[in-house]
Design a protein. Structure first.
Length: 178
């Protein structure tokens, strides 16, 4: 089975506001909670890094990435090479961000794919939890400028997970009615 993560999030903010949160390095650092040297430039390599907690001895604290495609303000694709010692992929995984206007704001679709190789299912599971938290808590908090949380679910494992207080964002399974 080819592991993947696919999340949809609805935010009551404009596409431009959400795009800025996804492409401004200072804002990315606030919701992804790692340092970055990201720039929204096609072909540009970039990294995320943080201090590794003492109990995470099998992670190097760095994610190597590259901007593979960018169509502002609608779509962006990154390569993603994690530094877990147990992952052995023939190529980096792929993160795709898609934004579309919807009646109450913006629909964000995140797809993280290509978990091909030993440790793929495990890494997809770990990143699924991380992306859920970011899209449900830290990104809506940044967008709203206040404390917020969102309902989280996805189509990659068909296991919805809800967080109380569905304000201001909403994450739902692909195809689920808003």
């Amino acid at each position: 089975m080819n592991a993947r993560v696919r999340l949809e999030a609805s935010y009551p903010h404009s596409v431009d506001r959400v795009w800025r949160a996804l492409t401004d390095p200072a804002l990315i650092e606030r919701w992804i909670e790692m340092s970055t040297d990201f720039q929204p430039i096609l072909g540009r390599p970039f990294r995320f890094w943080c201090e590794v907690p003492p109990d995470m001895t099998d992670w190097g604290g760095v994610v190597e990435c590259k901007v593979l495609d960018i169509e502002a303000p609608r779509r962006m694709v990154w390569s993603w090479k994690d530094s877990w010692s147990w992952t052995r992929f023939p190529a980096p995984t792929r993160v795709e961000w898609t934004l579309a206007p919807e009646r109450a704001g913006t629909l964000l679709v995140l797809e993280h794919t290509r978990f091909d190789g030993p440790g793929g299912e495990r890494l997809a599971s770990m990143l699924r939890g991380g992306w859920r938290g970011m899209l449900a808590r830290t990104l809506p908090t940044l967008l709203a400028g206040a404390e917020a949380s969102a309902e989280v679910s996805d189509r990659s494992d068909d296991r919805p997970m809800a967080h109380p207080g569905v304000v201001p964002g909403e994450l739902r399974e692909q195809g689920e009615a808003p």
